[in-house]
Design a protein. Structure first.
Length: 445
């Protein structure tokens, strides 16, 4: 049974460790608290604690309470009953906004991650939307990035979506390039919900000519996100393909990457293939690397759709060659360097019947060397471990028939692509970094 009196006394303790322990109890057992009003008051008070670690823990406890809304679990229901008064709900939102401006980075980061889950219950959604728009101006990169993602979630709940889109588009004219960049990212993620998609596509396309390179890159990748929702895909494809001649090699690199990501949506796949081949002869090494990497991804996609084992093997071999070429280009956090060891080991196990243990060890050694200096090392190492286990499973399955080989490749292709995306988007200055491993897990189920 929960000893709430003890927890309450720990919340009042002079020892920050005891206060943090109390917060852990509040987070885990909120729904079991006999006096939920007192529990909420304790939680609320500790968000203003003098100790930054305590404030951080308080925000995480608050996050836990708000995030339960999606699961409709008892803790959130209790919290809703506790805060039936709209003033209390609005106060909870205001508390989060206050913590987002905390001087401690960890507190700010923890607070901003709660915004999307808290938005659905805040009474004044228009004001909350305006708050999120304002946060895109925040000097903290994590706050800006989370705010743009929060806008994506909040967009579904704003009554006037055309006005909301206009708000986002207005930010694309902000004098601060970081704001324009975050706005471009948000435009791509909210595209599916905007009423006039043709106008929205034109709006995003204008950002390709922005004076700042990071805005141009964000706009290019936003177009990739929106492509599947455009009615006239051929016209959209033509506008994207024109970017392969853009004067900026960063834009050409982004286009090369985007073409590989969106390949399955194109009706004229041969045209896309030809343009990617053309980019492999670009004067810039980064463009050459990304175009070869995309051709490798496309070949893996084609292998997963192959009608014969011969074609499956041929496409897989082509993919490995493209990845090898891409990996040779001098590029920091080159995604092809991550993909290559896995697919090479996968091929060896499938077609050369090599013992999985040796191949897995070889793969682990090569992959760890590639990610050693990557900023996303921790997440990438988790991906490496997962893919290593995948290689063992392929060996354990034994002789696979063609449908089995296609299914295995399709499943691991998604995970490897997302992990490679993480590798290519870990620079803090790049505004398009995403939680790709979380997406990978959800898309593979």
């Amino acid at each position: 049974m929960v000893d709430q009196e003890k927890i309450h006394n720990q919340c009042l303790s002079n020892d920050p460790k005891e206060r943090m322990h109390a917060l852990e109890e509040l987070k885990n057992f909120f729904s079991f608290m006999p006096d939920k009003q007192q529990a909420w008051n304790d939680l609320h008070r500790l968000t203003s604690d003098e100790d930054s670690y305590v404030r951080d823990s308080a925000v995480k406890a608050l996050d836990s309470a708000f995030s339960d809304i999606s699961d409709k679990q008892q803790a959130w229901n209790d919290l809703l009953r506790l805060t039936n008064d709209e003033k209390d709900k609005q106060q909870a939102w205001n508390d989060l906004l206050k913590l987002i401006n905390d001087k401690d980075h960890d507190v700010r980061s923890s607070a901003v991650r709660t915004l999307d889950s808290a938005f659905s219950d805040v009474p004044d959604k228009q004001q909350a939307w305006n708050d999120l728009l304002r946060l895109i101006n925040n000097k903290d990169h994590d706050v800006r990035s989370s705010a743009s993602k929060g806008l994506d979630f909040a967009f579904t709940q704003v009554p006037d979506k055309q006005q909301a889109w206009n708000d986002l588009f207005r930010l694309t004219n902000d004098e601060n390039w970081l704001v324009r960049s975050s706005a471009a990212e948000a435009l791509g993620s909210t595209f599916s919900q905007v009423p006039d998609k043709q106008q929205a596509w034109s709006d995003m396309h204008r950002l390709i000519n922005d004076e700042n390179i990071f805005v141009r890159i964000s706009a290019t990748l936003a177009l990739e996100s929106a492509f599947s929702q455009v009615t006239d895909k051929q016209q959209a494809l033509n506008s994207v393909l024109r970017l392969t001649n853009n004067k900026d090699h960063e834009v050409r690199s982004s286009v090369a990457y985007a073409l590989g990501s969106a390949f399955s949506y194109f009706s004229d796949k041969q045209q896309v293939w030809n343009d990617l081949l053309k980019l492999t002869n670009d004067q810039n090494s980064s463009v050459r690397s990304y175009s070869n990497h995309s051709l490798g991804r496309v070949s893996i996609f084609m292998a997963s759709k192959a009608e014969t084992e011969e074609n499956y093997k041929k496409e897989l071999e082509k993919a490995i060659k493209f990845f090898e070429t891409a990996a040779k280009e001098a590029s920091c956090d080159n995604p092809a360097q991550f993909c290559l060891p896995f697919y090479r080991s996968f091929y060896t196990i499938i077609f050369k019947r090599q013992d999985a243990k040796d191949e897995v060890n070889k793969y682990l050694e090569e992959a760890k060397a590639v990610i050693e200096n990557s900023k996303g090392k921790k997440q990438l190492f988790e991906a490496v471990q997962y893919l290593a286990e995948a290689l063992k499973e392929v060996q354990n399955i034994g002789n696979l028939d063609l449908p089995g080989m296609r299914d295995e490749l399709s499943f691991y292709r998604k995970y490897c692509d997302y992990a490679a995306e993480l590798m290519s988007c870990t620079d803090e200055k790049a505004p398009f970094a995403t939680e790709v491993l979380r997406k990978a897990a959800s898309s593979s189920t």
